[in-house]
Write a protein that binds this ligand. Sequence first.
Ligand code: PMP
Length: 393
Amino acid sequence: MNKRTLLMIPGPVEFEPAVMAAMGEPTTSHLAPDFVEAFGQSLQDMRLVFDSPSGQPLVLAGSGTLAMDCAGANLVEPGDKALVVETGYFSERFSLILERYGARVTHLSTSPGSRPSLEHVKAALEAESFKLMTITHVDTSTAVMAEVKELAALARHYGVLVIVDGVCSIAGEELHMDAWGVDLALTASQKAIGVPPGLALLMIGPRALEAFNRRINPVLNYYADWSNWLPIMQAYEGRKPSYFGTPPVNLIFALNISLRQILAEGMPARFSRHVAISQACKAGISALGLSQLPLHPEYAAHTLTAPRYPIGVSGADYLDRVLQGGVTLAGGLLPAIRKEYFRIGHMGAVTLADIVATLGAIEKALTGCGYEFTPNAGVEAAQASAKNPTNRH
Ligand code: PMP
């Protein structure tokens, strides 16, 4: 029997067949006209997906962590002050990266499942002058979504650069980079962008570019230095081949296809679909009597769900049973509470059918673990939620 399972982790996710077909095409030269066109079109499309007409797109071979490293390397100079709005494991990773390049980091942290309040952030911005602030739009370790629009407006008011880690949000959660005053947003290919792992994507706004151009010290990361890459991106967007490091040709062909699909769906429709799918999943989880890590529904992301295990259900045994039911889920990630919860990713090509299959496998696994609930309650609640669009926002 084919061993493929339904991949419902928060990245990588299930990808569209046309995207996968591009991965299997014969690799062309990175200077070939069809590749130049695909790369140029992808860079243009990124501006629409990030909603950043004024942005400079940058695509590198690497994962989301490289995109974060690239932002840190190019924007931080030794002694710069940075404010990190912490909502989980990936916010902490950003502070480690900034510190590596010499930043003095102030951490705004809260308990797991919560997020720093706007008042808390405002007080920190008032107390000291920072060069930049990082926000993790969706922290994949907690499924907490940050208030990017409000936080960015605050930081802008204090003249602080706004950097958004959108690895678990971009092309899934609503983001209007220019209108909200975000100076740099970054993501990776394997989540809502809908392409297998291997691409780091950044959109650099004009204020971030100015800060880069005002640097006194050299960038301490040769590969990630924007001086090496920005002329290459500008050349490809102008449909001219160029070279600094060999681009991942097939991944970029796949990116071109996925971005075209995303824009054909339309950004508002795509955001609403992610909200509807998320609500169906969360309704199913609640109907089974499971609580979630985010402390309030309005903190919860729409790209993943982080249910807590019910009493008596152990993570390893349970996740293995879900897998036997044909669905791959992820365990907890936040070290202090890793064994208390699991994660269901639902972004990109995800459909209601995937949520129903996932809840079916979850119900069977819970039963196998001896947990009692009304049979079929999860699946039915998800289907009912999907039928009733009234509570969508
Ligand atoms: N930030 C967030 C919010 C993430 O979810 C991830 C990956 N799960 C990363 C950064 C790091 O990305 P990568 O694993 O591709 O390096």
